[in-house]
Design a protein around this ligand. Sequence first.
Ligand SMILES: Cc1ncc(COP(=O)(O)O)c(C=O)c1O
Length: 465
Amino acid sequence: MSDFNIKQIVAQRLGENYELHEKHINSTLVKVFRTIKFDRVYARAKGSYLWDKEGNRYLDMLSGFGVFGAGRNHPLVAQVIRDVLDLDLPNMVQMDCAFLAGLFAEALLKRCPEHLNAVFFCNSGTEAVEAALKFARAATGRNKVAYLDHGWHGLTLGALSIMGNDEFREGFGDMLPGECIPHGCLESAEETLSKRDIACLAVECIQGKGVRMPVDGYLESLQAICRKYGTLLFCDEVQAGLGRTGKMFSFQHWNLEPDIITVSKALSGGYVPVGAMITRRAIYQKVFNRMDRCWVHSTTFGRNNLAMACGLVALEILEKENLFERSAVQGQKIMDAVHALKAKHEVLKEVRGRGCMIGIEFHEPKSLGLKLAWKAVHAAHDGLFAQMIVMPLLDKHHVLTQVSGNHGDIIRILPPFIISDEDIAYFVNALDNVLADTHNVTGPMWELGKNLVKAAMANKSGKTQ
Ligand SMILES: Cc1ncc(COP(=O)(O)O)c(C=O)c1O
């Protein structure tokens, strides 16, 4: 019997995180975390909170990029994992039709619009997107895919080909043939799709990066253009789905009827990776159209028992705990309270979103001193100001948030739907406090800005800090 004991290993070695990553994984990321003072060692998590090694509690306003809508380490999901292990079920026999995958498919499709009636299971958001692209190409016989600028669909090569942020493609060579459509421009969509060579148009109804909202009528018109030219409408619900915007799917806010959707993140309650592509049966069958093509799209871990069982219970939790409504209500409370801060802080431009998918944007202040300080920071890098907000939120107030993308003055928050009123008040108060510090151009906030500028300059010139 081995004396391997993971609890002992964690107790003995927790704290070596950054050294281990620096040596064996992504040392550049370690450098970034150290620069922005995010190099914390988290030891425990529950619900809306994280605790570091020293026992300090942090309010998690990111939910693992949208995974933990129901809260971290949900006891019911943990229990289901234990139960599945106890059952000693046959897992990934492969040469059979796995029972739990069938059950989960049934439960998931029951919650989808009727026309979305066939599912492909995989392990991540980007893999679900890959499936969407392949199925769309197979179903239409068209090679090209279209996407909206600023969109985000994952980082594998297919998904990267429909990435609306060019910088992520730099250095990775040729992509799939595709067309980028400026977000909001219907003429451009019409022009692109009218060539009738686009298999699908990939859309995030609310774009995760920057939390960009569609103007009234935009998404409905895009759908009509898709229909007119035989392009499939693919709504990527990896982030916005499963209650994040206050409904099961974000496309339901606009009564859309997508041909393909993708889900992941919150789908399995946070412990086990999972992804799914859901589409019309007719599209599905264009891929698996002959017996010798029954494996033509597949992945080894795709229907594994833990993911399927966790998915079943995650759907149950979302409904039984009324989490769609809670996401809508708590998210609106956050947005209303942040909006009210605008009167006090000229640097605050707007807060926007739906449910618990929220972007907070800043803009150049009008008063002279602040304007100069703003310009100086932006001259070095256009993403630094938002970093100046996010850093003290974590350092001083123990609130975890994130700058939305490398450029721009937006922070994104994806709180758990279970967030309490008390924690909303705490977050808004912390943000108020941090924004108040921006008023003092000789204070610590802009000093921090100067340090970030120095780090950005050193990075540009290739020097290490
Ligand atoms: C809308 C959307 N699609 C796809 C992905 C990719 O998912 P994953 O990170 O699981 O590959 C993401 C990830 O953030 C996303 O937000």
